[in-house]
Design a protein around this ligand. Sequence first.
Ligand code: PLP
Length: 323
Amino acid sequence: MFRMDYSHGKWNEPEIVPYGPIQVPPSLSTLHYGQTVFEGLKAFRNRNGGINIFRLDKHAERMKHSCERVCIPTVDNETFIEAVETLVDQDRDWVPKARGTALYIRPLIFATDSYIGVRVSENYSFLIITSPVAAYFKEGLNPVRLMTSGSFVRACPGGLGEAKTAANYAASLLPQVEANRKGYSQVIWLDAIEGKYIDEVGTMNICFVKDGALITPPLGGTILPGITRDSVLQLARHWGMTVEERRISIDEVMSSIEDGSMTEAFGTGTAAVISPIGEIHHKGKSAIVNEGRIGPVSQKLYDTITGIQYGEIEDPFGWVRTI
Ligand SMILES: *Cc1c(COP(=O)(O)O)cnc(C)c1O
């Protein structure tokens, strides 16, 4: 694993050390107050045996924004990129070969002060760990069943929603467990103020295809700026599709699935890339999207993004760095 510590106002020498437990005091401030951020990205083995890292610079940039929101000293992009590349290069034999598999890369930074008072920590650790991961969907892209978040909210304006920080995920666990108990796989998060507009789905961004246009909620503080989301929007624009980044209400979604104008819905994220939505349940009513099957836009986005990741098709946007 990669390790670099922060003390006396600066990041110290980076090193690569064997993966293993780290000893921490019970007073470690992160354990109490959650001053921590993370990232999640993947490396893929291409046909020539090289390793493709997807949108590394964008992940470096996002980690910096997450750090700023929770008062963690930032790591500059070059250091982040070099850290990931050096570690993945050293771990190259761990990058699995089968199509659909990848090496998952998890950078994280956490406060390491041994101090019980609530304050900005003076010490931090930046670690990067990796793990081979299997194909996300074993039998093709299986549409998921979702329900709206009821009385729970994930993020409110001015809160932490756009930072990849621990608190957001702690807040999402109970609603997720309750959705599972009711037979749904994920929660659709509605906005915290009116409980009306769609923010995200589980730990993914959400997109819809309505009257041939791609619609996704705008980034505005409560939504995590997904890099898969950004890739999807760039591709859709590149193909000449109409792209609307606008607020979309759950009522509009339910009624336009019903009247047939909304033909596809899907989540986007590094883990699954595209996760088709087959059913949405809201206030006692269910709407079935595209007869519960994956639609053509979702399939084309999935094929194109994964094709670029594995180096099978041209990468017109410079998304991949090969090592
Ligand atoms: C990480 C994450 C996403 C997806 O981001 P990607 O960069 O596409 O993986 C979306 N929503 C939440 C809440 C996330 O944590």
